[in-house]
Design a protein. Structure first.
Length: 148
């Protein structure tokens, strides 16, 4: 079996898993990826501080999930302790704005690793705890490679 054939079998395996997931878990994975992509492209140079949480959380997300994400996302960046710029801040929008600025300045693999973890944690919040971190890692990677 060639390497390409082997990798295709792995991709098909995860495609089958993803397609068999409950729709709310599929949506949670999508939300995690969408938030991460919004963080990558958020304009931190804009002098006007907008509600960054509103800007990065997809507008079509259920209001209950939005509320949970608005509470959890700032806590996630603080708990990951990568972003010293958030120390002492209490306003969720300021925490996220400071974190996004630092995240966007990270280089290559560090940036990718941080955003990948952040994506999984955001998806877990959107899934209301029904998504295991390990499964989320694989599913989000598959989603990035095939759905994005």
């Amino acid at each position: 079996m060639s390497l390409k054939s082997f990798l295709n079998k792995i991709a098909n395996f995860f495609a089958n898993i993803f397609n068999k997931l409950l729709p709310e878990l599929q949506n949670a994975v999508h939300i995690g990826v969408t938030i991460t992509e919004a963080i990558k492209t958020f304009d931190t140079k804009n002098g006007v501080i907008v509600d960054i949480l509103t800007a990065i959380i997809p507008g079509d997300v259920d209001d209950l999930i939005k509320t949970k994400l608005r509470e959890a996302l700032p806590k996630i960046v603080v708990e990951l302790k990568l972003v010293d710029a958030t120390l002492g801040l209490t306003d969720p929008a300021e925490i996220m704005a400071a974190a996004v600025k630092v995240i966007q300045g990270l280089d290559g693999n560090t940036n990718s690793a941080f955003l990948h973890s952040f994506s999984v944690l955001a998806a877990q919040v959107a899934a209301d705890g029904k998504l295991d971190f390990g499964d989320g890692v694989y599913l989000l990677q598959w989603y990035y490679d095939h759905k994005k």
